[in-house]
Design a binder for this molecule. Structure first.
Ligand SMILES: [Zn+2]
Length: 240
């Protein structure tokens, strides 16, 4: 049975913390007196709380949502806080705060079955985003890179092999590694011209031969054809 829905946001900030509702600011003052601003966690938890309330309302559940910001760092000192609708406290006070809430909300609103039903709905709503790192693409070293040269040298395709002009190393596995990196950094599909640009292979014929030699699944036809780089591309070098 549930009486309320606690929606807590944990923050690991040290130093003096002031939260000023009028200006929507969260100011942290370090021991040396330097002050810096942060995204206001009170606004954040309010936004999330509103979302949860709205979602519960859609499900026809009138469960009160109680929002709170919990500071978990033992070195944080909560100073001025003038938000009335959101609880702001140190982690050490969690049990006390929950006890207070249990005495405030004594009337069970939903059964355990309903709670599980809500949990299922929440999980179903979750959209998993595949994580993509943020970086400046123009600064990336592209191509088939030589492992001997700690990936500092770009290999060239000569007479059917990948060859490092710097150390003379021949390494066909580096090609598969490069495609693996391409998949992570640029995308799961590669066209012939993208492949030429990435590997610096000038001959379209060679590029076509190398790409089709991988026997990858393709999408689109002719000029728009894209080759799908599988997640296990690195292991494919063993099959050669
Ligand atoms: Zn090398």
């Amino acid at each position: 049975m549930s009486e309320f829905y606690p929606w807590l946001e944990a923050k690991n900030l040290s130093g003096g913390i002031d939260i000023i509702d009028e200006t929507s600011q969260c100011i942290r003052t370090r021991v040396d007196g330097r002050a810096e601003g942060f995204t206001n966690p009170v606004d954040q938890v309010r936004r999330h709380g509103r979302f949860v309330s709205g979602f519960l309302h859609e499900l026809g559940v009138a469960l009160p949502v109680v929002c709170g910001v919990v500071f978990c760092n033992a070195n944080s000192i909560i100073g001025k806080v003038n938000a009335r609708d959101v609880l702001v406290f140190q982690i050490t006070g969690l049990r006390y705060k929950l006890d207070q809430l249990y005495s405030q909300f004594q009337q069970p609103v939903i059964t355990e079955e309903q709670l599980l039903f809500i949990a299922d709905k929440f999980i179903a709503r979750r959209k998993l985003d595949s994580w993509r790192p943020k970086y400046d693409k123009s600064k990336l070293r592209v191509g088939v890179l030589c492992r001997h040269c700690h990936h500092r040298s770009r290999m060239e395709y000569r007479y059917g092999s990948w060859f490092c002009p710097r150390c003379g190393n021949k390494d066909d596995r580096a090609f598969y590694e490069a495609l693996y990196d391409y998949r992570l950094l640029w995308g799961e599909e590669i066209s012939k011209s993208e492949f030429c640009e990435f590997t610096r292979i000038e001959s379209k014929k060679t590029a076509y031969r190398l790409l089709t030699g991988l026997k990858l699944e393709t999408v689109g036809a002719n000029r728009n054809r894209k080759y799908k780089i599988p997640p296990n591309i690195k292991q494919m070098s063993n099959k050669k």
